[in-house]
Design a protein around this ligand. Structure first.
Ligand code: GUN
Ligand code: ZN
Length: 449
């Protein structure tokens, strides 16, 4: 198996800084060493105490002054929307009809889906994202295309076939609930637990689903999560006020909008709801009680003019809701989780107490892993954990170099500068299961000029 050792500044989270504070939550090893064997971490601690246990045949790399963090977890993204990212001028409901659905229809073509999946996985790794919860399209072939690529790269990837049977072009809609469930079952059997892949049952959002579809999806998830532990549920909710209005009108029998999901058995640990911008206090309480998580997607919420997610409120220790960070490409404008932290910071800065770098990095790593119920496997640099990690360069660009040289040198300041100024260029290297999966190509910067 693979033997890897890296030396640098190790930073990770053992717990949730929103709940226990930075001191208790963060782990920092200024001159750290990590040793990985057969895809797992066997040592993470001070270089001095670990240097003698570096196996002689390990591939050893010293990254002086670089930050070594768990790989990023993108808790909501659409691989089928890389072709229509940056589409001008519409809000959610029209944007879906005019840009998203026509693009997703192209994914019925095997070659198009495979090329998209390749580009997507390569770009995740280039951005330091080692795990993502991914929306695909209604076509099972697009799910196969994605999982084939994640398997090839050894990534821990979560995805599923989109379930939708109303308010969209017929070619994109499931022909029947029964057929959609049959396809979903087959995909779960084929992919859940195969290599590092995880399946997620994916009703698109209430407005794209009939009651029959939601009911069947909830029943399937309820039935199969016993047989397939870790099976997720993934959808969108309360992203935009028009959507909430239409959703309430389409499902008038429920007390709250979120009750649509609760009623059909679509909430619980392992349910990840994208956006949640306009959830009410009652609904946040339902999330807390059912242990459903929210994927906060700030670049998308701003790009589509959807609104400002109340992060502090969602994470209040009084009734905390699990939150991860999502890029939501192509509503989102970048696959970089650093760019996403930047935007999350700006949204939170409109609040009285903006989120600090510690909390932002937590959301992008362990927070996402918790939302995806993978926190016993990924998201920490601790022995036994899967060795998905990234190396960040605080001097990746002239501006970052200047800023980090001038700063106070604390880890908090370094992480904050990286979150605000960083993007894919700050990702020096990405390791998946202990193997180098991406190394920054500095020649590439020039080629594109
Ligand atoms: N709501 C339902 N479908 C989508 C989608 O594809 N993107 C976003 N941002 N919201 C949605
Ligand atoms: Zn989305």
């Amino acid at each position: 198996g693979s033997l890897t050792a890296v030396r640098g500044r190790l930073v990770w989270f053992h717990d949730d800084p929103f709940l226990v504070g930075t001191e208790k939550a963060m782990r920092y090893e200024e001159d750290g060493l990590m040793i990985c064997q057969d895809g797992r971490i066997t040592y993470a601690g001070p270089y001095e105490s670990g240097r003698n246990s570096i196996p002689p045949d390990a591939a050893f790399t010293h990254y002086p002054n670089h930050i070594i963090s768990p790989g990023f977890v993108d808790s909501h993204v659409h691989f089928t929307q890389v072709g229509m990212i940056a589409s001008y001028g519409e809000r959610l409901l029209n944007w879906l009809q005019d840009y998203v659905y026509p693009e997703e229809m192209k994914y019925s073509d095997k070659g198009y889906a495979e090329a998209g999946a390749r580009l997507f996985c390569d770009d995740l790794l280039r951005n330091g994202t080692t795990t993502a919860l991914v929306f695909t399209s209604t076509y099972p072939g697009s799910v196969n295309a994605l999982f084939k690529e994640s398997s090839k790269r050894g990534m821990r990837m979560a995805a599923g076939k989109v379930l939708m049977d109303t308010n969209a072009p017929q070619e994109l809609c499931d022909a029947s609930v029964e057929k959609a469930m049959k396809q979903t079952r087959k995909l779960i059997e084929r992919w859940h637990g195969k290599d590092r892949n995880v399946y997620a049952v994916m009703p698109r959002f209430p407005l794209a689903c009939t009651r029959e579809m939601l009911k069947a999806a909830g029943e399937l998830w309820g039935e199969l999560r016993k047989e397939y532990p870790g099976l997720l549920m993934h959808s969108h909710i309360a992203e935009n006020t028009d959507e909430v209005f239409e959703g309430r009108k389409a499902f008038p029998e429920f007390k709250t909008y979120l009750d649509v999901f609760r009623h059909y058995g679509l909430l619980g640990p392992g349910a990840v709801l994208a956006h949640g911008v306009h959830l009410t206090e009652k609904e946040l309480k339902i999330c807390h009680e059912t242990k459903s998580a929210i994927a906060h997607c700030p670049t998308s919420n701003l790009f589509l003019g959807s609104g400002l997610f109340p992060l502090r409120d969602a994470k209040t220790p009084k009734r905390p809701v699990g939150v991860g960070l999502g890029t939501d490409v192509g509503g989102g404008t970048s696959l970089s989780m650093l760019a996403t932290m930047d935007e999350a910071y700006k949204v939170s800065a409109l609040d009285e107490h903006p989120a600090d770098a510690i909390r932002l990095f937590y959301l992008a790593t362990l927070g996402g892993a918790k939302a995806l119920r993978m926190h016993k496997k990924i998201g920490r640099l601790e022995p036994g954990y899967e060795a998905d990690f990234i190396v960040l360069d605080p001097k990746a660009t002239p501006l970052l170099a200047k800023r980090t040289e001038t700063g106070d040198g604390s880890i908090e300041d370094l992480l904050f500068a990286l979150a605000i100024l960083g993007d894919d260029r700050a990702v020096e290297a990405t390791y998946v299961a202990g193997r180098l999966a991406h190394k920054r190509d500095r020649g590439g910067d020039k080629k594109n000029m």
